[in-house]
Design a protein around this ligand. Structure first.
Ligand SMILES: Nc1ncnc2c1ncn2[C@@H]1O[C@H](COP(=O)(O)OP(=O)(O)OP(=O)(O)O)[C@@H](O)[C@H]1O
Ligand SMILES: [Mg+2]
Length: 336
């Protein structure tokens, strides 16, 4: 089965092809980082316009590269939400038009299911599992008894983990998005020079809070001589990353033990973080739980994860009509 995936929920325009015999044979991403970087965050209207300009040419390139006609596909999977509504509409309308033109089945995919199933592109997923979804807009723990079955166990009370990386990077004068530079600099920092809070540590619920980190980092940075030295910035990054990783791991394994699962997974852009991957691997091994980190290229937004999720839906006989709507927010619901 050959499934075309389309992802336009935020600031990356991406199209991909998942072939059930060969895996992902194409995953094209046109990044808008340069467009939004100077604003320190994504400007929704600019994102929609850039998707409009980039999406159809990307589909053309993919089909040419793969030597495929549209009608040779078995279906189109498109992110229906959550995300920026204007950006989503560009992908959804394009997906519908392609399906109409070539008489193909259409499936709408929840973006977070895409992030979770990206783990299946590295190797067959072991279930039951608990998944820590850590991205730019989400930080939540999901119990997954099997593919297509999801139960949210808890989430952040304020900022998402990716937001915590991005906002604190801005305070340190680092580029947007902030996760990759903090990840890189954290390795050069001196552990223990600073100390940042691990809020809600005693709370028995599966909850996170990251908004206080911005204040804590802001106060620390304000107390340092200007200009900040490279070592100062690295030391802040090191402890900031440790604080985020500690909070995330505590809840992930609390949830995994509560549900007595065999496996834990990471999903979303922050799953690319080196410190988080190492710590989850260490803790999973100590508990005899299965853990394989997702490939970095499939952590941040990409259409391969959407095509692969679409494959599971189509294989299960799910189809959406042309009345499928986009949505800005909605929890991930089970469909099996
Ligand atoms: N190596 C890394 N370490 C930490 N954070 C990272 C790393 N790489 C990317 N990120 C963070 O991942 C986030 C982007 O992830 P993703 O593309 O999944 O988010 P999004 O699609 O904007 O949000 P959502 O998926 O919730 O809609 C950014 O906040 C970025 O800073
Ligand atoms: Mg995302």
């Amino acid at each position: 089965m050959k499934v075309l995936g389309i992802e336009t929920s935020c600031d990356d325009t991406s199209v991909a092809l998942f072939d059930s015999d060969r895996g992902v044979t194409a995953n094209l991403v046109s990044s808008q980082v340069d467009l939004h970087g100077r604003f320190g965050g994504v400007v929704p209207e600019l994102a929609s316009r850039a998707h409009l300009v980039n999406l159809l040419p990307l589909v053309d390139v993919l089909l040419k590269e793969q030597d495929l006609e549209l009608r040779e596909l078995d279906g189109v999977a498109v992110t229906a939400g959550p995300g920026l509504i204007g950006a989503l509409l560009v992908g959804l309308s394009t997906g519908k038009a392609l399906c109409m033109a070539a008489d193909l089945p259409l499936v709408g995919i929840h973006h977070i299911e895409g992030h979770i199933l990206a783990n299946g592109l590295t190797g067959e997923m072991v279930t039951p599992a608990v998944v820590l979804v850590v991205s730019g807009g989400h930080t939540e723990v999901i119990h997954m008894p099997g593919i297509g079955r999801y139960e949210r166990m808890g989430a952040t009370l304020d900022d998402a983990a990716g937001e915590a990386f991005d906002k604190t990077a801005k305070l340190l004068g680092l580029p947007y998005p902030g996760g990759p530079p903090i990840d890189r600099l954290a390795g050069k920092g001196t552990p223990g020079r600073f100390s940042f809070p691990r809020p809600l540590h005693q709370d028995p619920r599966i909850v996170f809070s990251f908004s206080g980190l911005k204040t804590a980092v802001g106060l620390t940075v304000a107390g340092l001589p200007r200009p900040l030295s490279e070592q100062d910035v690295a030391d802040v990054c090191c402890e900031l990353q440790n604080a985020i990783v500690d909070s995330l791991c505590q809840r992930l394994f609390q949830a995994a033990e509560r549900k007595r699962v065999k496996a834990v997974y990471l999903a979303g852009g922050v799953a690319a973080n080196g410190g988080l991957r190492c710590e989850v691997a260490r803790l999973a091994e100590a508990r005899g739980m299965h853990f394989v980190p997702p490939q970095s290229v499939y952590c941040t937004d990409n259409a391969a994860m959407i095509a692969y999720a679409g494959f599971h839906h189509l294989q299960a006989g799910r189809r959406d009509g042309l009345d499928l709507d986009s949505f800005a927010r909605a929890p991930l619901a089970s469909w099996r």
